[in-house]
Structures are given as structure tokens and as C-alpha cells.
Design a protein around this ligand. Structure first.
Ligand code: SAM
Length: 308
């Protein structure tokens, strides 16, 4: 997990003024957060497991079927964890590539994947001009769709690069109400952020069209006509000692990166106190709600559902 850096960006300046940040402001913010904290997502996400012991990277890798897929693209691949997992699982049976806007994240990915021939591109998900039309069998996107603003060109681009029977699968935030204790952790972190940025929370990162399952479902079905669209909710748990959980859970919320050093220390203390109250055999539990979106093209009918 990276160090708290009291990130100040075009995005935080707009939030401070109570004004809606633009896509460019968001890009500036994400670049700053990931420059100073590259690799922070995996610190928490790798250890969060579902009831079958799978983490969300594995849930996405499960969507690859070598009988149908020869090429896969990891959209917003970050430090390359998912690409590495796919490489280990499918070896040379699958041509892999990754795209991310952050050079710092890509540097970690390059180191991690230096023994492979996986192609890594620096670029925006909204404009994958370096990837040919209808050339990718499956596009995966782990924990990044809700950061992309505007999201419409991302969906249009995914549609453009996918083959006729391609698949788009993404892990995104789930419904907080389904994950016991998640709202408490969220509220502790957001209250700390609001002490320094009173408008934090009222103004959020990303495009609202993909923030909830219902909105995502409607938007996806609109964009990918004649596709089978499924959104499957699940919860992932992470057990650890309260001080570890406090750090890792905090690192998962972008709100924690805008805090001053003092504010960050206070947030960690509050989170540790919170997790300590539910400790059992020395460990507490953080539960995260996620949704897995799966879009299958070329199904010939419009068929969408929210799985339960
Ligand atoms: C929460 S991290 C997830 C990284 C990686 N997928 C993982 O789960 O380990 C979000 C990533 O999305 C990237 N990102 C956000 N918006 C992007 C965009 N519009 N185009 C390309 N990359 C983007 C960030 O640089 C960052 O690496």
C-alpha cells in the first residue's frame, strides 16, 4: 500500500470550490494518485475473497475460455496483476495486452511481466487507436470502469475492438447494502475527507451512469444492442488484524488519498478502533460489495438481466 500524499489536483480544487470537476480534472487527479501510490489496488483486492476463496481478479480471469478466446485485453491494467494471473493460467494459449493511463502503474506492470511478451500500452480507455477494430476476443476491466469519465466513449471503444462474438467483463463497485459493515467503513473515511473537503461525497469520481447496478445495466444494454448482459453481485471478505485492515481498507478508497498527513493518521486510528470492536481471535473482517458485469456480443437477441 502506498504512502498518504495529501493529493492536490485539478479535481480536488474543483471539489473545494463546490464545482463539478471535468473529465480532464479527473484525469489529472487519477494521474497524481497513481503516480504517488502505484500498485495500491492489489494490496487490498488480492486478499478480498468470495465464499469460494476467489478474489475479484480470479472472478474476471474465469471469464476467459480458451475454446473461444485467443486474445484478451486488460483495460486499465494498473500494475499488471490480472495480466500476470492470466499469463500463469493460460500461458501461451492466449495473446495478452494491457492498457493504462498511468506511467507509474505501467512501470510496475513492465517489471512484473518482463518475462512475458505481453504488450503494454500507455493510453486512455476512451481512445484505443492503437488497437485494431474487431481484434480482441475478450476485454477485461478490473475496478476501473467507475473512474472513467466520460464512460460512453469507453463502451463505444470496447465495442469497436471486440470481435463479433467477443466478451466484455468488468468488476465494479457493488451495492453497499449487501456487505455488512461496509457503510461504516465508508462513512469513517468520508467523514475524514469531509473535514478537509466539505463537498467530498456530494461530488464523486467517475461517470454516474455506471455507479449503480441499475444505471450500469440500463447504460450497457443501450450501448451493446443484441448482446447478453448480466450483472452478478457478490461480496468479498478480507480478514486481518485491525491495524492491517485499517491500512488496506483505507487504501481502497480514493477519498483516503486526499487527506493531509494528520488527517490520514486520524482516519487510520478511527478505522483501527472500528475494526477492533469486532475482533475475533485477533482478526477482524472487511467486506466489500462487488458486481461482475458480463456482456456477450453476437447473441442475436437483446437479453439482459440482473442476476441475484
Ligand atoms: C483502481 S486502479 C485498478 C488497477 C488494476 N486494474 C487493478 O485492479 O489492479 C484503476 C486504474 O485505472 C486506470 N485508469 C483510470 N481511468 C482510466 C482511463 N480513462 N484510461 C486508462 N486507464 C485509466 C488508472 O490509471 C489505474 O491504474
Amino acid at each position: 500500500m502506498g504512502k498518504p500524499m495529501n493529493i492536490v489536483s485539478a479535481w480536488t480544487r474543483q471539489v473545494e470550490r463546490g464545482q463539478q470537476p471535468s473529465g480532464a480534472d479527473l484525469q489529472d487527479h487519477l494521474a497524481a494518485v497513481h503516480h504517488d501510490n502505484a500498485g495500491f489496488t492489489e494490496a487490498c483486492a488480492w486478499d478480498c475473497r468470495d465464499a469460494d476463496g476467489k478474489n475479484s481478479y480470479q472472478l474476471l480471469a474465469d471469464m476467459i475460455d480458451l475454446r473461444r478466446h485467443c486474445s484478451a485485453l486488460d483495460l486499465a491494467c494498473g500494475s499488471g496483476v490480472l495480466l500476470n494471473l492470466c499469463h500463469q493460467r493460460f500461458e501461451t494459449g492466449l495473446a495478452l495486452a494491457g492498457v493504462d493511463m498511468s506511467d507509474a502503474e505501467l512501470q510496475l506492470a513492465r517489471q512484473r511481466l518482463s518475462h512475458t511478451n505481453i504488450k503494454l500500452h500507455q493510453g486512455m480507455a476512451q481512445d484505443l487507436h492503437f488497437i485494431a477494430d474487431a481484434s480482441v476476443d475478450i476485454v477485461l476491466c478490473h475496478w476501473a470502469l467507475t473512474l472513467m469519465d466520460p464512460v460512453a466513449p469507453v463502451f463505444a471503444t470496447v465495442k469497436r475492438v471486440l470481435t463479433d462474438h467477443g466478451v466484455f467483463a468488468a468488476i465494479i463497485d457493488g451495492n453497499p447494502e449487501t456487505a455488512p459493515g461496509y457503510n461504516e467503513v465508508h462513512d469513517i473515511i468520508y467523514k475524514c475527507a469531509q473535514r478537509e473537503y466539505p463537498n467530498y461525497g456530494a461530488i464523486e469520481l467517475g461517470d454516474p451512469r455506471v455507479r449503480t447496478a441499475a444505471a450500469l445495466h440500463e447504460f450497457t444494454a443501450e450501448t451493446f444492442a443484441e448482446a447478453d448482459v448480466t450483472i452478478t453481485p457478490t461480496v468479498l471478505s478480507f480478514n486481518a488484524a485491525p491495524e492491517i485492515l485499517a491500512r488496506e481498507a483505507a487504501g481502497f478508497f480514493y477519498a483516503s488519498f486526499v487527506l493531509s498527513a494528520a488527517g490520514h493518521r486520524q482516519m487510520l486510528a478511527e478505522l483501527e478502533r472500528h475494526f477492533s470492536t469486532q475482533r475475533q481471535d485477533g482478526e477482524s473482517c472487511f467486506i466489500m460489495p462487488v458486481n461482475r458485469l458480463v456482456v456477450r456480443l453476437g447473441q442475436g437477441i437483446v437479453h439482459t438481466r440482473l442476476a441475484h
